[in-house]
Design a binder for this molecule. Sequence first.
Ligand code: SAM
Length: 286
Amino acid sequence: MADLGNPQNTIDILQKYNFHFQKKYGQNFLIDTHVLDKIISAANITADDCILEIGPGIGTMTQYLAEHAAKVIAVEIDDKLIPILNDTLNNYNNIEIIHNDILKTDIQSIADKYNNGKPLKVVANLPYYITTPIIMGLFEKQIPIDSITVMVQKEVAERMRTCPGSKDYGALSLAVQFYSEPYLVANVPPNCFMPRPNVGSAVIRLTKHKTSPVNVKDKELMFSLIRAAFNQRRKTLANALNNSSELSFTKEEISAALENCGFNCNIRGEALTLNDFAKLSDNLKR
Ligand code: SAM
């Protein structure tokens, strides 16, 4: 039975092992059973699923995951947490603890070894300092993944799911929406964690698209355009693309492409949808 998701049991474990939180690892452990239930239900876990958990901490969510899934692979960087996990997860025979940095972990091998190469579901209360590299790594490396259900900083969840017209709209929104369908599961206040983070949090589910929502000839070029547009978001799109060190189009080529796409020459990148960026990219590619 899962028994860690309450403050007293967490305190007992921390005291037993004289564990001190490491800020550099983004350690804010969940101590609210309602939030844990919400995450598990939003992740649509079935008894056939193999789950990749990033940063199990003392194993609180890992226990919940192991109760619902066929297998849980938990990757934890902090060596002080490994003996604790071996203790708290001792009663489960469907959990594999991997002591490693998730950014250096070969996740394809995990899918191959533990799930016959079939898609994993990723579930995590993420260390916030590396949210974007983790998510983008999972998408860009083309690892077999069904969905990613994660706790992130509230602002980051907003950036992931927002559309043109919002101040939060940017390169992360476009990248996340290129690869997945975002769904905001719940906002989570600081008092659901120990220690309390000084930012709000949210659970977001990113369901990977089976087929891409846009057709684009050169994905790399499209993302270079997106990066250039939002690196200088106060500038017009034409100027931002012209100033970018990543791109080598002339002013004339950029103006012509904007015109071909039917965009005003003073338009800013923040007004363009994913489809618009794909169209512009294909136009410049010709
Ligand atoms: N899952 C636990 C919970 O909900 O209570 C802990 C979540 S805590 C926000 C983030 C966890 O990620 C910590 O256990 C931390 O040590 C771990 N972590 C931080 N950086 C990591 C990395 N690069 N690779 C793997 N784990 C990491």
